[in-house]
Design a protein around this ligand. Sequence first.
Ligand code: GDP
Length: 314
Amino acid sequence: MSLLETFKPLIEAAMNPTPTVLVLGLIFLVLGPILLHFLYSAVTPYTTLPSVLLIGPPGSGKTTLVTLFERGPLYSSDSNSLPLPTSKTHTSATPSTTELSISPSHPYTTDLDAASATSTKKFLLIDTPGHPKLRARSVLTPLSSPDSSITIPSQHSEGDKSPLKAVIFLVDAAALADGDALPATAEYLYDVLLSLQNRFHSRKGSRAPASMPVLVAANKLDLFTALPASLVKSNLEAELGRIRAARSKGLLDSGVGQDGVEERDDAWLGGDGSEKFKFDQMMEFDVEVEVIGGNVIGDGPGVDKWWKWVGKRV
Ligand code: GDP
């Protein structure tokens, strides 16, 4: 008996529009995609989680902040009676990822029960190496990508892309007070903002990339030597303006950028023509910069305002 003859009754039944066949077909049509969706999301649970990129110069407190967020609210409530988060500076050459849950009813938590509550959102906090040599690949390249996505580092499914929702640029407000750290911190921030600006320019067609909020988190406000957030903001803006002038002069001196606007656009941060640099000038490129003070350890405003800022963006 040929194969066709074996399946003949089955094929005939399928071709005959009996009510049973119709119902079975309908069930298959409706349930098939739903089943496939659940199967796919069970195999790749992290693909759609949004991410927040944590960057900043070495020593600004990134590792300590990740440890605090990971360990949950206990560690912020009373820093005198509970052990402080111990941390080691993240020296690895690759970014690390921490899955966190954010809920309006909890300051911050990794509690899975809380995570299952409908009001809780999960996201990935991606901590990046602060060393200048590693920045280009791990920070600046993803930031200039017009599709606003970042490749998730290896402990989650490697190669998966996550939608990048926000950037936290952590600075040491106490180090900025003595002035020495200001040029290096501002150089890094300049490159970050310029990458985001270039991402806007490299958009395909007329579609602009999704807006990218940037939180400049002025850390270590528990130290009496730390600058308040308002001064961190104005000092950084002034230094970014100086870097902008120096870089554009460098370009002009070397002859690059004299023939056309294109070259100059690539290195000039913020709106053209303005003499002073202000963070507001980045709005033209859908980059909203906010400077908020806080501290990860010690007494002070804490991290609540940063956490709330993240909650609104993921
Ligand atoms: P990273 O290089 O950016 O990862 O910085 P770390 O997390 O390793 O922190 C560098 C140093 O700053 C460590 O000694 C931390 O204990 C300290 N630190 C971090 N946050 C604070 C803070 O809010 N206040 C104070 N006083 N020290 C902090």
